[in-house]
Design a protein around this ligand. Sequence first.
Ligand SMILES: [Zn+2]
Length: 190
Amino acid sequence: MTIYSIRVQGDPVLHRRAAEVRDFDEDLLRLVADMHETNAAANGVGLAAPQIGVSLRVFVYAMDNDDGVPPQGVLVNPSLVLGKISGNSPDPDDEAEGCLSVPGDHFPLKRAEWVRVNGFDAYGNKVEFEATEWFARCMQHEYDHLDGKLYVDKLVDRYKRKARRSAKDNGWGVPGLSWTPGIDPDPFGH
Ligand SMILES: [Zn+2]
């Protein structure tokens, strides 16, 4: 198996819509296995294929949940139905999100507290479940990657400005930047 480098904000693959998976074949199984390994090496709770430079609608997650869903899994060609998203200000303590492609940063963002997830596993079997709380947040975050959206694109103005400043200070926002789990220091200090 292979641990991939993780693309950083600004790499074009992170900012375009990924393509549907058409073939549930050996290549897909290998991709999913490598994504699980890369996510584990990065101490991530989720990883979408575009983050390793593969523009396909696939994400893996590793997160305990209260929804009776296996704590580790994959979604291929997923669709989401979202519950209501509160219009309140996001709570900087309880709603701070992070992303392996925005390494080291955390900013708060309102998300739906409930989602219904539909999709397929790596063998083409249908997968369907409901997710709540942080597991629901994880599903929304990873799904957004497949549409070329990062969580920092969705922040309210106040935090969007901070995120922009951080990206500028870090020299992000240009193609070709990445970091490698297990080789580069863990950006979130795990
Ligand atoms: Zn992310």
